[in-house]
Design a protein around this ligand. Structure first.
Ligand SMILES: [Fe+2]
Length: 236
C-alpha cells in the first residue's frame, strides 16, 4: 500500500492520520507528504505555505490566532473564517514543548452527530445548526477584504463542520445579536464538552498529524515552553 493510500484511508476512517518523518530535511519531507494529500494553500497575505506555530513573545490574546499563543486552544476547525476552509491540514512537531502541555485532541463530526441524536429533539437541533448563520470573526492577518466577519452555519451537511467558539463570540460584537444564536452556540459547546476525544496525543519530535478539517474538531492543551515549534501546512 502506498503512503498516500494509507493516509487517505486513515483520514476516511478516523478523520486523521499520525506519522513520523524519518530522515531527510523535516520541513521538505513534511511538505511532500502533505502534497500527496492535496494542493498546499497560502496561509495569509504574505502567501506562506509552511506556517510556523510558535508563541509570540508579546501576545495579545484577543487578536492572536491559536498558532501564536500558549493558552488552551479549544476545539475548532481551521480557517473557519474563510469562505471555503481547506479540506485538510497537517502539523509537524519540530520542537515539542518540554513541559506536559501542547497535547493535541480530536473529536469527530460523527461523534458530535451521534451525541446530538441521543438528545430529545436531537434531529431538530441538527437542523438548527444547519439553518442558523453565525458570525465568525476574521483575524487581521487572514483578512482578504474589509469584512471583519463571515456569516456561516456550523453544519452544512453531515460531512462538513465549521466551528470556533471564541471567534463566533467575537463575531457577535459586530452583529445585532439575538438570544437564539447565543443559546444554540452555548448548547452546542456543552455537547462538544461532553464528548471523549478519539485522540489525546502529544506529538514527539518529527511526528506529524494530517487532519480532515471538514470532519473533525481539534484542540491543543496549554503549554509553558517558549521554544515549542511546530509547522503547519493546509491543503485542498
Ligand atoms: Fe487549529
Amino acid at each position: 500500500m502506498t503512503k498516500k493510500i494509507k493516509i487517505l484511508q486513515s483520514l476516511e476512517l478516523n478523520g486523521f492520520y499520525k506519522g513520523k518523518i524519518v530522515g531527510g530535511d523535516v520541513c521538505s519531507e513534511f511538505l511532500s507528504i502533505c502534497s500527496l494529500i492535496g494542493n498546499p494553500t497560502k496561509h495569509d497575505v504574505n502567501k506562506k505555505i509552511i506556517w510556523d506555530i510558535k508563541a509570540k513573545e508579546k501576545c495579545n490574546l484577543e487578536n492572536s490566532t491559536f498558532s501564536q499563543h500558549k493558552d488552551y486552544a479549544y476545539f475548532h476547525t481551521d480557517s473557519q473564517y474563510r469562505e471555503n476552509p481547506e479540506k485538510y491540514f497537517g502539523i509537524c512537531a519540530l520542537t515539542p514543548a518540554t513541559d506536559n502541555g501542547g497535547v493535541n485532541q480530536i473529536i469527530t463530526l460523527s461523534q458530535i452527530i451521534s451525541a446530538i441524536l441521543l438528545m430529545k429533539d436531537g434531529k431538530a437541533f441538527l437542523d438548527t445548526l444547519k439553518r442558523i448563520f453565525f458570525p465568525f470573526y476574521v483575524p487581521n492577518e487572514f483578512r482578504l477584504n474589509d469584512e471583519n466577519i463571515i456569516l456561516k452555519p456550523i453544519l452544512t451537511n453531515d460531512e462538513f463542520i465549521r466551528f470556533r467558539f471564541d471567534t463566533i463570540l467575537k463575531g457577535f460584537e459586530f452583529t445585532k445579536e439575538n438570544q437564539e444564536r447565543k443559546n444554540v452556540l452555548n448548547y452546542f459547546k456543552c455537547i462538544v464538552d461532553s464528548i471523549n476525544p478519539v485522540l489525546n496525543y502529544k506529538l514527539k519530535k518529527n511526528e506529524y498529524l494530517i487532519i480532515d478539517n471538514h470532519r473533525v474538531l481539534h484542540s491543543r492543551t496549554s503549554f509553558e515552553d517558549d521554544n515549542r515549534h511546530l509547522i503547519r501546512v493546509r491543503m485542498n
